[in-house]
Design a protein around this ligand. Structure first.
Ligand code: SAH
Length: 223
């Protein structure tokens, strides 16, 4: 069930407070990111039983052992990704679809790959219900990218990888940018890859903790 009008207004206020206390207060300054995060109703992407915690300052379980990331880490990733109008974006690890909705606010066209079919289905329903018609959820192993729509101006990976998967590098547009957590199965650092022509520049950023990116160029699923 979706929240009714009054409940939606109450949640909009909580959402605005989240933006101020969790994002602005911690140094997120990109107006487009702040506006997108003040717009997308996060409560539509968490299980109904968790709706009261939708704007909590932490990740939340979304089923299948997976999580929707803490709002602050989503904001940091979007800020370093630096999306703009007219851009195409690829997300790996669509999970609940929340970050895909934010990308849909910031970019022209978004493809989001999710390996767990039940999550992909739920994400697609939530995005559809909110009227996001510039996002497509695709079921599959996102470590191989999504060659049929490449190249992408922006690629964002929402799960922790052992290394930067080569196909994702290859599917970056010239002047493209990729943000991905890289490290061990339990802790990583955000890595930002910038493509300039045939050259790739890599920069390490803050420590983070994501669920493992499994698949051909990721971790083995049964470790
Ligand atoms: N961005 C999500 C949070 C994702 S959690 C949100 O806004 O809710 C990480 C997700 O990555 C999980 O749903 C997990 O199933 C998925 N995942 C892990 N390995 C993957 C792969 N190889 N391809 C696509 N999705 C993957």
């Amino acid at each position: 069930m979706q929240p009714d009008g009054r409940e939606a207004d109450r949640l909009a206020q909580i959402r605005q407070r989240m933006v101020e206390s969790q994002l602005t207060a911690r140094g997120i300054t990109d107006e487009r990111v702040l506006e997108a995060m003040a717009t997308v109703p996060r409560e539509h992407f968490v299980p109904e039983a968790r709706r009261a915690d939708a704007y909590a300052d932490r990740p939340l379980p979304i089923g299948g052992g997976q999580t929707i990331s803490q709002p602050y880490i989503v904001a940091i990733m979007l800020e370093v990704l630096d999306c703009g109008p007219g851009m195409t974006a690829l997300e790996i690890g669509a999970g609940s679809g929340y970050q895909a909705a934010l990308l849909a606010e910031l970019c022209e066209r978004v493809w989001a790959v999710e390996i767990v079919e039940s999550l992909a289905r739920r994400a697609a329903v939530a995005l559809d219900a909110l009227g996001y018609d510039n996002v497509e959820i695709v079921v599959g192993d996102g470590t191989q990218g999504l060659p049929e729509h490449a190249p992408y101006d922006r690629i964002i990976v929402a799960a922790g990888a052992p290394v930067v998967p080569e196909p994702l590098r290859e599917q970056l547009a010239e002047d493209g940018r990729l943000v991905i957590p890289v490290g061990s199965r339990i802790s990583q650092r955000l890595v930002i890859v910038r493509r300039e022509g045939d050259e790739f520049h890599e920069q390490e950023s803050i420590p983070c903790v994501f669920v493992p990116l499994v698949g051909r160029y990721g971790w083995s699923p049964n470790a």
